[in-house]
Design a protein around this ligand. Sequence first.
Ligand SMILES: C[S@@+](CC[C@H](N)C(=O)[O-])C[C@H]1O[C@@H](n2cnc3c(N)ncnc32)[C@H](O)[C@@H]1O
Length: 483
Amino acid sequence: MSPGSGYIDAAYFLPAIGAPGGFLVLQGWYSAHGPPHRAVTARLRLDGREIRFPCEDPRPDVAAADPRLSPRAGFDVALRLAAAPAEARVTVEFLAAGSPCETIETAIADPVWEVEARAGFLPPLRLRKLRNLILNERERLSHATAVTALPVTGQIDPSFGCNLRCPMCQSHMIREQGYRLPNLKLDQLRAILDRYGDTLVRIWLSLWGEPLLNKQLAEAVRLCKAHDIWVLISTNMSVRLDDAAIAALVASGLDTIVLSLDGATQATYQEYRREGDLALALENIRRIVAAKRRTGSATPHLFWRYLEFPWNRHEIEAARALAAEVGVDEFGVEPGVLMDQQTYSLAPRGQARAEPVAPALLDAWRSRAAVRAGQHRYFGCDYLYSAISINSNGLVHPCCYVVAPGDAVGKADAPVARLRNAPPLRAARAAFAAVAEGKDGPVRAHAPCASCPVIESCEGHVVTQTSFRQLFDHLVYGTGIRW
Ligand SMILES: C[S@@+](CC[C@H](N)C(=O)[O-])C[C@H]1O[C@@H](n2cnc3c(N)ncnc32)[C@H](O)[C@@H]1O
């Protein structure tokens, strides 16, 4: 019996920005056969150095495919090289509990060359998106402070308003204070797409409110699809929809609907989804499934995302069965975040000046960065490079975690280069770069990044939320995008 199994999903080299050399990115998994699972380390030689990294990132897909494999078998490393690799292939040796168990050799891809070699065959819009995607990834890996690439993904909120009152939802906490915004208008969306549509690869047409409350949602999806963007929404589905609305949503080309339902009975479901009507949501799902069948449409892909909380754990299997019964394509369970009730300030947060990051928080960032550097993993906020979050009133926020109105960094119709390099965004990129590079001394950033709890307390945007490889493969080979 083989002592383990593994695979290198991706190996590619991207040149750095503003410096010689670049980054060899390796992604994949290796698991010793278990249980009990032994710690697996990968080892390779590059530039005369021996580089080691652990194989311990979550890979539930691996464990689901074969129960002998560890659910924490993944790796995703970016190795800084002084020059492009001399060899066209890389050999990775895997060690389980210190003993060599297998060696995998793979070719090193060159995405820049791949794209340019296909330039004559790719549709011009895809080519433009690919060139921007590569530049974006090079700027991110290089920790550039000022960027020239445009966002490749993001969220645009059709409706900040919501029909539910989920107690630990940040935007609910803000709405509780009386904050209201108008729905996004199609002309606003057209202006956004004029600027960003030809470089965006994926967009969520949902963010902090309930997207189905915007009656122009299907038309908004169509506008995005005209720019060849992969479009998803997340919705509670607990909204009355007439037949025309259901038909329009299915016909719009919408790629994926994430269904926010966390219970199999009304009593359990409404513990969190207050004001929600489970029967109505399920009926809407059945009608969408029927409309898909009637029109022979494979989309939208329906993914039921069950947030697991202490009060709804016992209904997971019943919900899984219900999902199959109503015809959703996929069912998944994710941990719900038990957030404290917070009071968000509706006042501007003094973004005019960069402030020193508080020493305790900076220490937390630094220790996290040091661990990741030792593992050859990226540290920094990928959101500041690859994404854009736009509220329903057209204000742009630094990320999808910061919803308070004072956190906005500009308007979506501002000149692109100015908005992308707004002082708070440049300062935040520089702050994370300084920490990633192990620089001493104080670090300055603007609110809200100067107090970013996501970087401190959980993986959040420290890990890459947007898979370059997934978006690249979609644009080149037409493969689907998850999220
Ligand atoms: C704020 S909602 C807005 C979109 C839409 N109204 C919906 O319900 O999907 C965006 C996402 O946040 C998730 N969410 C809400 N509260 C959460 C919590 N406490 N922990 C984790 N995710 C949460 C929702 O399930 C949803 O997928």
